[in-house]
Design a protein around this ligand. Structure first.
Ligand SMILES: CCCCCCCCCCCCCCCCCC(=O)SCCNC(=O)CCNC(=O)[C@H](O)C(C)(C)COP(=O)(O)OP(=O)(O)OC[C@H]1O[C@@H](n2cnc3c(N)ncnc32)[C@H](O)[C@@H]1OP(=O)(O)O
Length: 371
């Protein structure tokens, strides 16, 4: 990974302790007092301080069909997403390209991940145009991978970079909750309390590096695991009323039970570290209990998941884009708070989503003076 950029919508920032009042007012559901109390209880346990949103009260008022799952709203959501998602991705990608320091036309491949893409040509094509990429740029769009979309895109980028000499791959993940947004009901409270909007972008390339290029993280090995018989636990489905989602209550436990084997598979039996504390950690903060369970199962020292908890607190779960924010936070901490001492050389990245699918990657943070 040679450069990282992130972005959030600039319009609406909702503190989590104000969220329940705001969302029930915006969706005209203040009369559902039991549901509102439950939402307050859930919000208090999320480990989130604030979230960024593209939708605002005005746009919700303009689309009463977003509040009634019986009314068709897919077309309106697609129209809004078609402009807003590529633009948010553009903001993140522009930052990554500026940090990389090379012209955008040097990008050879683009991989775009989102849960909002349902048209062709799709957001990868729009982003390529917005950034002025070459017409020969090799584009791929990944759709509906949910929270493991960023991990999947980085995994593919690694393979593209290593198998195409001189390739410079742009990965972009952009997620807007507007496709899932609805009035609170018995089935969507947890998602509504957890998810926010954001985009992340990474430039990936294999050596030899040109002057000025410096790897931030090396992607050493990567694996994908699907936990058998968990298809029904976590999922998303496009309907006439947007994207429906289901987050089973077992998700944090199932991830905790399977994480060690995923890590052993990614490191290989002979290379498993003596203690998981010998690593730095980039974990998708899918929810606070997911992080707590990983801490417990791997016996991690306090602070090992600090970057993930920080991102969860400051932005919520931005689905596939979140892992890029975690990587960005890790490298920021390393740079600003004392160099190599704060980050072990070897690390692990974890991202989870529908399937249940777990993307695991062994990372290396090259010492700051290494080139
Ligand atoms: C302008 C505004 C716009 C707003 C837009 C918002 C739009 C939403 C958009 C959603 C996008 C969805 C995208 C989906 C992507 C796929 C997801 C993934 O891939 S990745 C993975 C995603 N991540 C996850 O799946 C993890 C999510 N889970 C968590 O983060 C935590 O469990 C918690 C914070 C919900 C509760 O904290 P915890 O310490 O467990 O606390 P307690 O045990 O004390 O429980 C408190 C209450 O919560 C209840 N309850 C708990 N779980 C569930 C559930 N699943 N189900 C139902 N209820 C649940 C529990 O029964 C209790 O109720 P009560 O007894 O008080 O009545």
């Amino acid at each position: 990974m040679l450069a990282i950029g992130t972005a959030n919508p600039t319009g609406v920032v909702i503190p989590q302790d104000q969220f329940t009042d705001d969302i029930f007012r915006m969706t005209k559901t203040d009369h559902l007092t039991e549901l509102k109390e439950k939402m307050k209880r859930i919000c208090q346990k999320t480990g989130i301080d604030k979230r960024y949103f593209y939708l605002n009260e005005e746009s919700v008022d303009a689309h009463p069909e977003f509040l009634d799952r019986e009314l068709p709203s897919l077309d309106a959501r697609i129209d809004m997403a078609a402009t807003a998602v590529p633009k948010l991705a553009q903001c993140a990608a522009t930052k990554a390209i500026a940090e990389w320091g090379c012209p955008a036309t040097n990008i050879t491949h683009l991989v775009f991940s989102t849960y909002s893409a349902w048209k062709a040509p799709s957001f990868d094509h729009q982003l390529a145009s917005l950034l002025g990429l070459r017409p020969t740029v090799s584009r791929t769009i990944l759709s509906l991978h949910g929270c493991y979309g960023g991990g999947r895109a980085l995994h593919l980028d690694k393979q593209l970079a290593e198998n195409n000499r001189g390739a410079r791959v742009l990965v972009a993940c952009a997620e807007l909750t507007l496709v899932c947004f609805g009035a609170p009901d018995g089935s969507n409270l947890v998602g509504t309390a957890l998810f926010g909007d954001g985009a992340g972008a990474v430039i990936v390339g294999a050596g030899p590096f040109s002057e000025g290029e410096r790897p931030l993280f090396e992607m050493v090995t990567a694996t994908q695991t699907t936990i058998p018989r968990t298809e029904h636990v976590l999922g998303m489905q496009v309907s006439g009323a947007g994207v429906d989602f289901h987050l089973g209550i077992q998700v944090p436990t199932l991830i905790g039970q399977n994480i060690k084997q995923c890590l052993v598979d990614a490191f290989g039996n002979d290379n498993v570290p003596g203690s998981w504390n010998d690593l730095f950690w980039a974990v998708h903060p899918g929810g606070r209990p997911i992080l707590d369970n990983i801490d417990t199962v791997l016996k991690l020292e306090p602070g090992k998941l600090a970057a993930s908890r920080h991102v969860l607190r400051e932005y919520g779960n931005m689905s596939g884009a979140t892992i890029v924010f975690v990587l960005d936070e890790l490298r920021r901490r390393r740079k600003e708070m004392g160099g190599d001492n704060l980050l072990q050389e070897w690390g692990a990245m974890l991202a989870f989503g529908p399937g249940i699918t777990i993307e695991t990657m062994v990372l290396r943070a090259p010492p700051l003076n290494e080139n």
